[in-house]
Design a protein around this ligand. Structure first.
Ligand SMILES: Cc1ncc(COP(=O)(O)O)c(C=O)c1O
Length: 432
């Protein structure tokens, strides 16, 4: 292999050699406790085949279980048959088909906005919105728990970045006060449901603060859309503040059982993004099968079958949360810190994280669960604060109770064996 021959110039590849993350991954792999890059042998279902064995899938974002719904499969197949495997071009040039436009119209109707724009992924939607709507003279205020794609979009924009501690309204207000003196426009961006902890942003208070300080508000509904609210339109719908949110971003890679992303808002802003957003213009458009599947999934949510599915995923989340707490686990609460949502006394999201604390302990418990036939996600530092390692479990509307009971039994067995050897795991009420 070629290697640089000029010793006076540092090698940009040097960082790829012997860095700390690779060493930790290698150690975890050597001990066979690495929770990442495991391979599925078949489709994403409530129970999957993974590396040669059956595992209960408590680690997907397939919240409504629509990835194998016959209507969604048919939507993907029809799009594939009509338009082929890919469009090999940007939406601007040769990459737009009627399904993209139909999907945009449908999303705008779902979100109750004037317009919507479809991106090839949700990550690109955040990059494309934030990198375009913000300018170097502006200030963007973000929650410290916001998704990485929000941070990437903010960095791309070169706007002044002001982060506040996760869901702390006093810290948010402080940053908005400072932002008001920065001299540019202000955009406040929060996740509606936070992807690792599964907790909900107190949107009524957040929207009121945005208004008080003249900030525009954008909410990332990746984990809220297709889950929360009567129409499944997300956190803003759940709280009844849809008219107070300027931009709502979402993804097709969770409840909509596909791949892609969107932003919904006023026609003026969406039309601007359509001709200015680099991650929209300079990439190939979403492939037909992905668009066809997302459209069909939206149709299911909008049909009489939608509300029972939305109800089922949240009922399953409550069942799993209560079962884990009864078995002595520390489950992170989804409750927002602000005012109560009218009519909602017990808010859950499909994300039910279990606090383990120590990274290595989390990897060991993960492996024991995996061997017992349950797949969960792990969130280790830096995805969570140091000492805040989580087993991020998540449910689907299509998990049946006997399957969830089997998973809970596995949690009990693993806990007893682990504690006998390593001492107690955090219990209910414990915090990172
Ligand atoms: C909160 C949040 N925003 C944005 C994204 C990006 O979405 P996508 O997977 O469609 O790129 C994700 C997905 O991981 C997410 O969890």
């Amino acid at each position: 292999m070629h290697s640089p021959t000029t010793p006076s110039v540092p090698d940009v590849f040097a960082k790829a050699r012997g860095h700390e993350r690779a060493a930790i991954m290698a150690a975890a792999q050597a001990a066979d406790v690495l929770p990442y890059f495991r391979t599925l042998d078949g489709p994403a279902l409530p129970v999957v085949r993974m590396e040669g064995a059956e595992r209960i899938m408590l680690g997907s974002n397939n919240y409504l279980g629509l990835t194998d719904d016959p209507r969604v499969l048919a939507g993907a197949r029809a799009a594939l048959d009509t338009y082929g495997t890919g469009l090999t071009g940007s939406r601007l040039l040769n990459g737009t088909i009627p399904l993209h436009l139909e999907l945009e119209e449908r999303i705008a109707r779902w979100m109750g906005t004037e317009a919507a724009l479809v991106f090839t992924t949700g990550h690109q939607a955040n990059l494309g919105v934030l990198g375009t709507i913000l300018s170097p003279g502006d200030t963007v205020v973000v929650d410290s728990g916001d998704h990485a794609s929000i941070l990437d979009g903010c960095l791309l924009s070169k706007a002044k970045l002001r982060a506040f501690r996760h869901n702390r309204l006093d810290r948010l207000e402080h940053q908005l006060q400072r932002a008001a003196n920065d001299g540019g426009g202000i955009l406040l961006v929060v996740d509606g449901v936070f992807s690792m902890e599964g907790d909900i942003a107190p949107l009524p208070e957040i929207a009121a603060l945005a208004r008080r300080y003249g900030a525009r508000l954008m909410v990332d509904e990746a984990h809220g859309a297709g889950v929360l609210g009567a129409r499944g339109a997300g956190t803003a719908e759940l709280f009844g503040v849809e008219d107070q949110v300027d931009l709502r971003m979402g993804t097709f890679s969770k409840s909509l059982a596909s791949c892609g992303g969107f932003v919904a808002g006023s026609a003026e802003v969406i039309d601007f993004l359509r001709i200015s957003s680099r991650s929209f213009l300079f990439t190939a458009s979403a492939v037909p099968a992905a668009v066809g599947a997302a459209l069909a999934a939206l149709e299911v949510i909008d049909s009489p079958d939608g509300p029972p599915l939305l109800q089922a995923v949240l009922d399953n989340a409550r069942y799993l949360r209560d079962g884990l707490e009864e078995r002595g686990f520390a489950v992170v609460s989804a409750q927002p810190l602000g005012e109560w949502v009218p009519g909602q006394s017990d808010i859950v999201t499909p994300i039910v994280p279990v606090l383990i604390g120590d990274d290595w302990k989390a990897a060991l418990v993960w492996k024991a669960l995996y061997d017992a036939g349950v797949f969960v996600n792990t969130a280790l530092h830096p995805a969570v604060p140091p000492g805040g390692a989580l087993l991020r479990t998540s449910v689907m509307a299509t998990h049946d109770r006997p399957t969830l009971d089997r998973a809970l039994e596995a949690f009990s067995t693993v806990k007893a064996a682990f504690e006998a050897e390593h001492g107690p795991l955090p219990g209910p009420g414990a915090h990172a």
